[in-house]
Design a protein around this ligand. Sequence first.
Ligand SMILES: Nc1ncnc2c1ncn2[C@@H]1O[C@H](COP(=O)(O)OP(=O)(O)OP(=O)(O)O)[C@@H](O)[C@H]1O
Ligand SMILES: [Mg+2]
Length: 272
Amino acid sequence: MPNNVIWTKNLKKSYPLIKSYRDLIRHPFQRNFIQALRGIDIAVPPQTCFCLVGPNGAGKTTLIKILTTLVLPNEGEAFILGHDVVREEALVKRLVGLAIAEERSFYWRLTGRQNLEFFAALYGFPHQEAKKRIEEVLELVGLTRDADKRFNTYSSGMRQLLGLARALLPEVEVIFVDEPTRSLDPQMAEKIRKFLRHELVDRQGKTVFWASHNLAEVEAYGQEVAIISKGKIQLQGRVKDLTDNGQRSLFEIYQQYVQPNGEELSGLNGRN
Ligand SMILES: Nc1ncnc2c1ncn2[C@@H]1O[C@H](COP(=O)(O)OP(=O)(O)OP(=O)(O)O)[C@@H](O)[C@H]1O
Ligand SMILES: [Mg+2]
């Protein structure tokens, strides 16, 4: 663990299932759970572009939420830069940036810039510093021109970019991005990929934890990849090693570890 920016051991998470009225009557004391994570072990070295891939419902977002202190694990341990995400929650919050796929936390009637001003204040930035930093991040994600338009007029791609800008507001070492290129057009998507890898990792020396469904982008921009399926890491390694320097496709490898049975979409129901 010493050198790893992110490190987890046997991390488990289950969510309670909301019962139907009928089940409530028939089995009032029985609780059902979805086991989202079933013992996750990962280690992410510093200054790495780390990609997490896996089918819908495999547990990617849940893992990101635990590592960024939004959700508590049921079992196991997780550390960011040596700090426990549960016991040192407040500290870990200051060490990580997060851009999550579904952005419902912005104020629709405020402009992009006003939204960032709000969050900068929340992060405790002094006013002048906030102004400067906001200009910087708007420029970085290419939103300067649209910064004074209201959020409710933004396209889904622009909303995603604003989410990324917000994740970059605080100067942090570790940035989590959940499907950052999901609804972006091809050129914008490529710009964001280059930004994550070349600017954040290669130039600024940050660690990026990137959940993705796009194996081509992982092949091209990821350094380390982990495949998650059924709540467990099935494989982790360097992209170059796993693909024999591009001789094998990541898709080929992915198919060996992920069964296309759709089982995960509905969750893996366990009982307690
Ligand atoms: N708040 C919640 N309450 C109940 N179940 C949940 C909750 N959040 C996630 N789950 C379940 O946990 C499992 C893992 O979900 P998660 O969102 O982490 O998967 P994912 O890998 O991010 O999927 P996707 O690729 O579709 O984004 C799924 O079965 C999902 O239905
Ligand atoms: Mg997800």
